[in-house]
Design a protein around this ligand. Structure first.
Ligand SMILES: Cc1ncc(COP(=O)(O)O)c(C=O)c1O
Ligand code: FES
Length: 400
């Protein structure tokens, strides 16, 4: 049995050993409650504040702007609900890119339902990048919030965040940027770009699961309504004893990601291009879903025409890839991201996402490509056998 080759780092990453090392003392000697006034508590509070600074630095924000949550999902819910709750009655429309993560799409729908608002979808171009001309045409004085993610988890498509933010501000609305996939992979500069609200998650950057952050300016934080009330931690925006071990791990992961971003990105860009080349050389009918250039360095979403993605995944248990996003699991619904780009459901269901990571090696890429080639060939041959009248997808392979 060969070891599994993990190519699903956009779904989640392993905890970096250096992160684990930083976290361990928080479970033993530094276990005190960060809100406690005694020396032990204050020592933990200092570690939490150090982590706040590290997370802020990764995304180019001030330390005081970071509010720790249980993840990007909670942060998105807090941001959207928090803004809408305090919005003027005549200004409760939210615009979200059609390819946003469900955490943002569902939070927007829910907030609109609860607070009497509405949600509009911003179209994306064929390559998955948000259509900012469409955003411009949708903006009006009713819009309170616009959400356009920095980089898409399924296709790696990178948005022109600067322009999206400028358009939003010129209409007097707030801009929310989901940087969960961008953080640690490409530079993120929230303050320089005047982004009002951002969300991210530790487990996408080799930190632990169950911890994330909302980044928002102090005046905005003061205007926001919390989702969870109680002891008033995180300046009243997120009550509950802080997850000190998780936060310290998040901070260490952010510091490592910031220091290694450039080298990681170069290496991953090379490995992703290699994987793409190997698959395109050995298979016909391979189409890239996503931009050729403005794409995350580690992400490759490919359609293998005539090969159902779930069947390919079943035939290649040695390689961990995903069809759509991890939280959809094995659902047979086509990805909302791919269909928003104009793929029909057949094409969407024939698409696989490869996302490489810090531990990925060149050997792994070669082996993964071999496995996927075999699996795609196998699935295509089954398909042709089960439907004798169908034409082969490969021009060189004709049926008798
Ligand atoms: C772009 C994006 N936003 C938000 C999330 C949600 O993060 P979490 O599961 O940590 O709440 C994810 C994770 O899948 C993501 O990829
Ligand atoms: S786990 Fe990434 S999309 Fe849900």
């Amino acid at each position: 049995m060969t070891a599994m080759i993990y190519c699903d780092y956009n779904a989640t990453t392993p905890v970096d050993p250096r992160v684990l090392e930083a976290m361990l003392p928080l479970f033993s000697e530094d276990f005190a409650n960060a809100s406690s006034g005694h020396t032990a508590g204050r020592a933990v509070a200092r570690l939490v504040e150090q982590a706040r600074g590290q997370v802020a630095a990764l995304v180019g924000a001030g330390r005081r702007n970071v509010v720790f949550t249980s993840g990007a999902t909670e942060a998105a819910n807090l941001a959207i609900r928090g803004v809408l709750a305090g919005a003027e009655p005549g200004r409760r429309r939210i615009l979200v890119a059609a390819t946003e993560h469900k955490a943002v799409l569902a939070a927007a729908q829910d907030a609109a339902r609860i607070h009497g608002g509405s949600v509009g979808l911003i179209r994306v171009l064929r390559n998955g990048t948000p259509d900012l001309d469409h955003l411009a045409s949708l903006l009006s004085r009713n819009v309170v919030l616009v959400a356009v993610m920095a980089a898409n988890s399924e296709t790696g498509a990178i948005a022109d965040v600067r322009r999206a933010c400028q358009l939003t501000h010129s209409a007097g609305a707030l801009y929310l940027c989901d940087v969960t996939q961008a953080a640690g992979k490409i530079p993120v500069a929230l303050e320089a770009q005047e982004i009002d609200l951002a969300v991210l998650s530790a487990h996408k950057i080799y930190g632990p699961k169950g911890v994330g952050a909302l980044v928002a300016s102090r005046p905005l934080q003061n205007r926001m309504t919390p989702l969870i009330v109680g002891g008033g931690q995180e300046r009243g925006l997120r009550s509950g004893t802080v997850n000190s071990a998780g936060i310290v791990g998040f901070g260490r992961a952010a510091a490592i990601a910031a220091a290694e971003l450039a080298t990681d990105a170069d290496r991953l860009r090379h490995l992703t291009a290699l994987l793409h080349r190997l698959l395109a050389e050995k298979l016909t009918g391979v189409e890239l879903n996503g931009p050729t250039v403005t794409r995350l360095p580690n992400t490759l979403n490919l359609r293998f025409a005539g090969a159902d993605a779930d069947a390919v995944m079943t035939s290649t248990p040695q390689v961990a890839v995903s069809a759509g996003s991890a939280c959809k699991g094995s659902s047979t619904e086509p990805s909302h991201v791919l269909t928003a780009m104009g793929l029909d459901s057949t094409a969407a269901l024939e698409s696989l996402r490869f996302s490489l990571g810090r531990p990925t090696t060149e050997d792994e890429v070669h082996t993964a490509a071999d496995h996927v080639v075999t699996a795609v060939d196998h699935v295509r041959s089954l398909h042709h056998r089960s439907r004798p009248s169908s034409r082969a997808h490969t021009p060189t392979r004709t049926r008798a």
